[in-house]
Design a protein around this ligand. Structure first.
Ligand SMILES: C[S@@+](CC[C@H](N)C(=O)[O-])C[C@H]1O[C@@H](n2cnc3c(N)ncnc32)[C@H](O)[C@@H]1O
Length: 284
C-alpha cells in the first residue's frame, strides 16, 4: 500500500498553507517532490495511507505538527560560513562595538535561525579568539526546529561541519572522537550522540539555545548583533518584511544585522543602513 503514496497537488496545497502560517516559509510548486520525500518517512512510521491522512493526523497532534515542520525545513549549515562576513566582523564591527560598549563591557549576539548550532558556536569561538579580557559576551542561538536544537545541544559534528574552519581552531576547540570502522564508538567509550568532532564544554557553555519562531517578536532585551543568515530565502516578501521588522525591534540602535550573502532587504533598507557583504545597521 505504501509504495503507491503520491503527494497530490491539492494535498501539497494543505502543507504549503500550513508551513506558511506556522513558519513564514513559502513553498512554491517546484517544492512538491521535496515535501513528498521529506514527509514519506513520517507516513510510514505512523502507518498512514495517504498524505491527506497524515495532514489530518498532524493537525490533531501538536507533537507531530512539530515533526512535520522539522522534516520540511532545510537545515544546511557549517562553522564559519560566509568567511568574508567573519573578516568584516573582525576588522570593522568588533572594534566599533568595543568602543560603543566600553562602559558595560557586554556584548549580546543572537543567531536567530541557528539550525544545529554551528553559527552561534562560531560566534563563541570568534569571541574567545578576539574579545579582550574582562568582557562578558551573551550569545543566544534559536531556531523553530526542535530537532536541530537538540543536535545543537549535543554539539558533536561530522567532518563536513568543520571542513572550512581553520585547522588550528578545530584542534583548539574540538576533540576528535575515534570510531571503529563501522562508525560505532570505540570499545570502552560511552555511547555518543554521533561520531565526529565534539565541541569543548567551555565554548558550549557560552551559548544559550532556545526555540523561537522568527514570525514572533523576541521578548528578551536588545542585541548588538543579529545573525539571520540563509533562512529568509525560503520566505516570501510578506513574511520577510514581518521578520525584518521583528529583527529591527530586537537590535540596539547602531546594532548590526547579518543576512546570508544571497539575501536582500526588499526596500527594508529604509530602516536599515546597508554597509557591505549583506551586513546592515540599525541607524536609530
Ligand atoms: C539553512 S538553515 C541556516 C542556518 C544558519 N543560519 C546558516 O546560515 O548556516 C535555516 C534554518 O532556519 C530555520 N527556520 C526556518 N523557518 C524559521 C522560523 N520561522 N523561525 C525560526 N527559524 C526558522 C530552519 O529550521 C533552519 O534550521
Amino acid at each position: 500500500m505504501f509504495e503507491q503514496q503520491v503527494l497530490r497537488p491539492e494535498e501539497f496545497a494543505l502543507f504549503k498553507k500550513l508551513m506558511y502560517e506556522r513558519t513564514g516559509i513559502f513553498l512554491n510548486e517546484t517544492k512538491l517532490a521535496l515535501v513528498a520525500n521529506r514527509l514519506r518517512a513520517r507516513l510510514r512510521l505512523l502507518k498512514l495511507p495517504s498524505y491527506r491522512a497524515y495532514y489530518e493526523y498532524a493537525r490533531g497532534h501538536e507533537d507531530e505538527l512539530t515533526a512535520c515542520i522539522d522534516a520540511i525545513t532545510t537545515n544546511e549549515t557549517y562553522f564559519f560560513r560566509e568567511p568574508r562576513q567573519w573578516a568584516y566582523f573582525e576588522t570593522d564591527m568588533l572594534p566599533a562595538l568595543l568602543r560603543r560598549n566600553a562602559k558595560t563591557k557586554t556584548l549580546r549576539i543572537w543567531s536567530a535561525a541557528c539550525s544545529t548550532g554551528e553559527e552561534p558556536y562560531s560566534v563563541a569561538i570568534f569571541l574567545k579568539e578576539h574579545l579582550p579580557p574582562g568582557w562578558r559576551p551573551e550569545i543566544t542561538g534559536s531556531d523553530i526546529n526542535s530537532e536541530v536544537l537538540a543536535r545543537a545541544k549535543a554539539a558533536v559534528y561530522r567532518p563536513y561541519a568543520v571542513a572550512k574552519t581553520d585547522p588550528a581552531l578545530v584542534r583548539k576547540y574540538f576533540t576528535e572522537e575515534k570510531t571503529d570502522p563501522e562508525g560505532r564508538p570505540a570499545a570502552g567509550s560511552e555511547p555518543r550522540a554521533a561520531e565526529g568532532y565534539r565541541l569543548s564544554a567551555a565554548v558550549r557553555a557560552m551559548v544559550r539555545l532556545e526555540p523561537h519562531n522568527l514570525l514572533k517578536k523576541k521578548p528578551s532585551g536588545k542585541f548588538d548583533v543579529i545573525l539571520c543568515r540563509n533562512v529568509l530565502i525560503y520566505f516570501n516578501d510578506e513574511s520577510k518584511r514581518r521578520v525584518l521588522a521583528n529583527l529591527y525591534d530586537a537590535l540596539t540602535p547602531g546594532g548590526y544585522l547579518l543576512l546570508g550573502a544571497a539575501e536582500g532587504m526588499l526596500g527594508m533598507n529604509l530602516i536599515f543602513k546597508p554597509l557591505r557583504l549583506s551586513v546592515y545597521q540599525r541607524t536609530e
